[in-house]
Design a protein around this ligand. Structure first.
Ligand code: UD1
Ligand code: CA
Length: 457
């Protein structure tokens, strides 16, 4: 169900498309459904339908095994009315699991247990007991048997005292659900078609209703406001941090870590405070990440040290950092940056679409773009590759053991032969032979006859 308005988000973006851990709320739910090997994922859209539907088109690309379908609910007349819209596309021989697009953190094992409790023949409800159940549908039991769900607004004072509530998640065979949906009415306090009324039909029809109760409120928590979104984000991040620490990662502070994607760590990885990991990141054995790094789509090999305030973003062309490399502080590695073993990249150095072979160094204030640097190259402070002529990008090739002095401009396409040296301040426009010193700058002049202008009094 993803048709609701989400008024309290006070946003142009449909609520279910707001991001948690870098993924839309609805994406979390869809990923969970796919992880359950759902045959069909039916998304009920309404508010912001076209935006939500195009997002679903994107999400579906990641799940080739499942069949995705959107059905519109216009207007929105309640949760029962929402599920009614899906009836034509639900196979009769299936079990329907009802999820909410704004409840992102339900665990797969919880839903597997719920589906198991349904046994293909019962109505299974996911329930939880709350200190303050205000607003939720209460689970009314009689001698332990579930008899009904009564919405807060319809509940008697005695029913309001019940702490066990319906989570909004159920598993039910489609062949039972469909006729129950057809029997719903809106004779209640909110004038809505309540999905929860199916419970009383099940009871009337003699179909067993089972409550599967959990005690982890995060799994059924919905997002209605920016505050709740931030609270769930923290809950999610703490889950991730605990998992990493259980796997042996040393986090300086589990409350100051954000993983918006997948972070894979080998043994003896240490991560300082305020680091953000996005997309797919892997950290090899003994990697150290300094404080305040942002690292997206990168493979960092064993023993590498990423110093504080480094920004790495591999985008669609993951960054590779070789074994024992040193990066930062204040370095920037962009898509296609490939650093070999023992490479050093220092402060205010930017590397894009370039390969640096073993032992190459660019330690200060430099730009390396569309280039390949051979082994042991020393790339001087303030030097840049002029890789762009305004239309096309060109390549710079620097052979093994080259020394590029400080403040050089290498105008691509250009090749610096192995073992060569480029004098500081040179602007290089032509290829250079191996082993030679090349200087391309105005000759130094000293004029003894020159006089400084003097102020007239
Ligand atoms: C619902 C349950 C309540 C339960 C609570 C848990 C009903 C009648 N009540 O209440 O028992 O304790 O969830 O959070 O089901 N939606 C639509 N179309 C609609 C109405 C809602 O798609 O016409 C979607 C919403 O976007 C949301 C979900 O259904 O994702 C639940 O709707 P919401 O209004 O939050 O349900 P509650 O009234 O809180
Ligand atoms: Ca409602």
């Amino acid at each position: 169900m993803a048709a609701g308005k989400g008024t309290r988000m006070k946003s142009q973006t449909p609520k279910v498309l707001h991001l948690l851990a870098g993924r839309a709320l609805l994406r979390h739910v869809v990923d969970t459904a796919a992880a359950l090997s759902a045959r069909r994922v039916v998304v009920i859209t309404g508010h912001g339908a076209s935006q939500v539907e195009s997002a679903i088109g994107q999400f579906a690309l990641a799940h080739a095994g499942a069949q995705f379908q959107c059905v519109r609910q216009e207007p929105q007349l309640g949760t029962g009315h929402a599920v009614q819209q899906a009836v034509p596309v639900l196979p009769d021989d299936g079990v329907v699991v009802v999820l909410s697009g704004d409840v992102p953190l339900t665990r797969i094992e919880t839903l597997e247990a719920l589906i198991a409790a349904c046994e293909g023949s019962k109505l299974a409800l996911l329930t939880i007991t709350m200190q303050d159940p205000t607003g939720y549908g209460r689970i009314v039991r009689d001698g332990g048997e579930v008899r009904a769900i009564v919405e807060h607004k319809d509940a008697t004072p005695a029913q309001r005292a019940i702490g066990e509530v319906y989570s909004g998640i159920m598993a039910v065979p489609a062949r039972l659900l469909k006729p129950w949906l057809a029997r719903l009415d809106n004779q209640n306090a909110q004038g809505e078609y309540y999905l929860t009324d199916v419970v009383k039909f099940a009871v009337a029809d003699g179909v067993p209703v089972v409550g599967h109760t959990i005690d982890d409120a995060v799994q059924v928590a919905g997002v209605n406001s920016p505050l709740q979104l931030a609270q769930l984000e923290r809950a999610y991040q703490l889950r991730v941090a605990e998992q990493l620490m259980n796997d042996g990662v040393r986090l300086a502070d589990p409350a100051r870590l954000d993983v918006r994607g997948e972070l894979h760590c080998a043994q003896d990885v240490a991560i300082d405070v305020n680091c953000i990991f996005e997309g797919q990141v892997s950290l090899g054995q003994g990697v150290t990440i300094g404080a305040n790094c942002v690292i997206a789509n990168a493979q960092i090999a064993a023993g590498a040290v990423i110093h504080p305030f480094t920004h790495i973003d591999g985008g669609k062309d993951p960054v590779q950092v070789g074994e024992g490399a040193l990066v930062g502080p204040f370095a920037r590695l962009r898509p296609g940056a490939r650093l070999g073993e023992q490479v050093h990249i220092g402060n205010f150095v930017e590397v894009k679409n370039s390969t640096l072979a073993k032992g190459a160094k660019a330690n200060h204030l430099a730009y390396v773009g569309d280039a390949s640097l051979g082994e042991r190259v020393n790339y001087g402070a303030g030097s840049i590759t002029a890789n762009y002529d305004g239309v096309n990008k060109h390549k710079t090739v620097i052979g093994d053991d080259v020394q590029i002095g400080s403040n050089c401009v290498l105008i691509a396409p250009v090749t610096i032969g192995a073992g060569g040296t480029v004098g500081g301040g040179s602007t290089i426009t032509k290829d250079t032979a191996p082993g030679v010193l090349t200087v391309a700058r105005a000759k130094q002049l000293s004029l003894s006859s020159w006089k400084r202008p003097e102020k007239k009094s």
